[in-house]
Design a protein. Structure first.
Length: 323
């Protein structure tokens, strides 16, 4: 009997301590904890992010979960992946949320990635967590540059290409033995495959598209394209000896709307401006008439009120005098 009482007392103490430590542990539970199913991934692996949430309040609460997944050093070549979700949790409730789950592709940037998350309730940030992981075995990066030149050595790149002018098309890559596929799209949408480097006499005016695809095993395929225009003749640039572009049309210098459109306007435009100015003058004159008529009416009203006040005061004065 004595041992039974001791055992009962010890059991009650154990239950009490267990509940106490459970309560203490709950107080130190974090509102947000991010977990990954692995710390290192390869193409074909499933990347899964889980958010462990805990409502630290004693009442139901609405939370906003925001998570960002991105390469640590390669954001310029791969977009940040944001995730957002609204969650309602009961008092002191714990809940696991699957933020995302997807296959790692071979065109993902390799190296270190970061995972950042925060839990908010309105404007208040309740918790945040972050971790890193690595992606290996993906395709390497390749740089590709395509050029349009006036000569085979590409010492000069044309700003303007004239009809029937010979141009040279080429490309450069930082990876040796890269396979290249190139094509030229003509203004009439005709497509011609070309081998680089190539020379070409452009016989038609209009917009051309020069497109190059570079690929090699173990590297990401790169595609570059350039649009360029071909004109029939050299653009006529007004001589600065005549046109000084000072905003004043100086006829004594020989400036006119044809050789100096920066300073002079055509007779047609000048006629339109003149009509607009005349219309504005008419409207201004009408406004002046309205102002004069309005002023006269105000003066008449003031005069009538003045007369009424005069006769009213005179009547009061006479009444007071008789008394």
């Amino acid at each position: 009997m004595k041992y039974l009482k001791i055992i009962s007392i010890l059991f009650l103490i154990f239950v009490g301590l267990f509940g106490f430590f459970q309560k203490i542990n709950a107080q130190f539970d974090l509102p947000l904890k991010l977990e990954l199913n692995q710390t290192s991934f390869k193409p074909g692996n499933t990347l899964k992010v889980t958010a462990k949430l805990f409502n630290i309040f004693d009442y139901p609460s609405q939370f906003d979960l925001n998570v960002i997944l991105a390469p640590s050093q390669a954001e310029e070549i791969f977009p940040i992946m944001p995730f957002h979700q609204e969650i309602l949790l009961e008092p002191q409730q714990k809940k696991d949320i699957e933020v995302c789950s997807f296959l790692v592709r071979e065109d993902f940037p390799g190296g270190e990635w970061r995972l950042n998350g925060e839990l908010r309730m309105g404007e208040q940030k309740l918790g945040e967590d972050s971790t890193t992981f690595t992606i290996t075995g993906v395709l390497k990066e390749m740089k590709l540059e395509i050029k349009i030149c006036r000569d085979p050595a590409c010492t000069e790149k044309p700003k303007t290409i004239l009809q029937n002018e010979e141009i040279y098309l080429t490309s450069e890559s930082d990876v040796p033995e890269t396979q290249i596929e190139a094509r030229l799209i003509f203004p009439d949408q005709t497509i011609k495959s070309i081998s680089l480097p190539a020379s070409l006499t452009v016989e038609k005016s209009g917009t051309y598209v020069f497109e190059v695809i570079a690929f090699k095993k173990g590297y990401k395929t790169q595609t570059q394209r350039i649009e360029f225009g071909v004109i029939k003749k050299e653009a006529e640039i007004p001589s600065t000896e005549i046109c000084n572009a000072n905003g004043i049309c100086e006829a004594d210098r020989g400036e006119n709307y044809q050789n100096c459109p920066q300073d002079c306007i055509s007779p047609e435009v000048e006629e339109v401006i003149k009509k607009i100015e005349e219309e504005m003058e008419k409207k201004t004159a009408q406004r002046k008439k309205y102002y004069i008529v309005g002023g006269i009416l105000v003066l008449i009203a003031i005069g009538i009120n003045g007369i009424e006040v005069y006769f009213y005061l005179r009547k009061r004065f006479l009444t007071w005098k008789i008394k």
